[in-house]
Ligand binder design. Structure first.
Ligand SMILES: NC(=O)c1ccc[n+]([C@@H]2O[C@H](COP(=O)([O-])OP(=O)(O)OC[C@H]3O[C@@H](n4cnc5c(N)ncnc54)[C@H](O)[C@@H]3O)[C@@H](O)[C@H]2O)c1
Length: 256
């Protein structure tokens, strides 16, 4: 595990998708830095498990069960986090789904809508309600999870590619709109990362593992904590002049 000592004492950090690979690693890293952590996930079992892990390590966290596709739940989540912890300083909008791959011309509107709703619209909704609070509170830091597919196309995943490109656009526009309100907005673009999402994909399509690894110059998948470290750094005061950035964390996969 990387040892970075970002100081989040007196800070409140919210992480969506915190029951899963990258989100859980980020929640644990925030907690280790002294933050009180709102662990948000649609799945209560894995979300509560993240909270237990943080408590066992001596950190402070609480679980909030939320479907990020629903605006009313997001609005209530922000309200409840502020009630519980007294503020919200850092938000990592990370929940996402992989989408079912298929030829562009055969993709159903339902499948398109499912992936766009969770991977793009939900990020817009989380940002909207986080920013509303941060404006009044004098600032904050937001990081959204995009993907290498936010920069280059992932063939057979037009919905995922469009959503992840869209996440970068949302972040850039908000970074410029809210700079004077002291709100920084950045994105991380993970490459192939060893998480439950990736393991699920490989269980369905074991044939993908070899070409996937071949596409990574490091020759291995990223670890969730390696990706989380970038997101947590972007939320920290060490990144105080970084906003509108899209940071690749992909073992040099996308760069040319
Ligand atoms: N693993 C990779 O290789 C990879 C690569 C690039 C980008 N990403 C992105 O990283 C992010 C995290 O992915 P991961 O690999 O850790 O996946 P994961 O499946 O391990 O974690 C995602 C979490 O999001 C939660 N979630 C899903 N839908 C939700 C909803 N509607 N409301 C609330 N929570 C919901 C899941 O329950 C899960 O705990 C995603 O946005 C994903 O697109 C992952």
């Amino acid at each position: 595990m990387a040892r970075i000592a970002q100081d989040f004492a007196d800070k409140v950090a919210l992480v969506t998708g915190a029951g899963g690979g990258i989100g859980r690693a980020a929640a644990e890293l925030f907690a280790r830095g002294g933050a009180r952590v709102a662990v948000v996930d649609i799945n209560a079992e894995i979300g509560r498990n993240t909270v237990e892990r943080i408590h066992s390590a001596g950190g402070e966290a609480e679980f909030f069960q939320v479907d990020v596709a629903r605006e009313a739940e997001i609005e209530a989540m922000i309200h409840n986090v502020i009630q519980r912890f007294g503020g919200l300083h850092c938000a990592f909008n990370n929940a996402g789904i992989s989408g079912t791959p298929g030829p562009f011309h055969e993709m159903s509107l339902d499948e398109w809508n499912r992936v766009i709703t969770i991977n793009l619209t939900a990020v817009f909704l989380c940002m909207k309600h986080e920013i509303r609070h941060m404006i009044g509170a004098g600032g904050g830091a937001i990081v959204n999870t995009s993907s290498g597919a936010g920069m280059i196309p992932a063939p057979y995943l037009p919905h995922y590619t469009a959503a992840k490109h869209g996440v970068l656009g949302l972040g850039k526009v908000a970074a410029r709109e809210y700079a004077r309100q002291n709100i920084r907005i950045n994105a991380i673009c993970p490459g192939v990362t060893d998480t439950p999402m990736m393991q699920g994909t490989l269980a369905m399509r074991p044939d993908l593992e070899e070409p996937m690894l071949a596409s990574v110059p490091f020759g291995r998948m990223g670890r969730p904590e390696e990706v989380a470290a970038a997101a947590v750094w972007l939320c920290s005061d060490a990144a105080s002049f970084v906003s509108g950035e899209a940071m690749l964390v992909d073992g040099a996969s996308v760069c040319r």
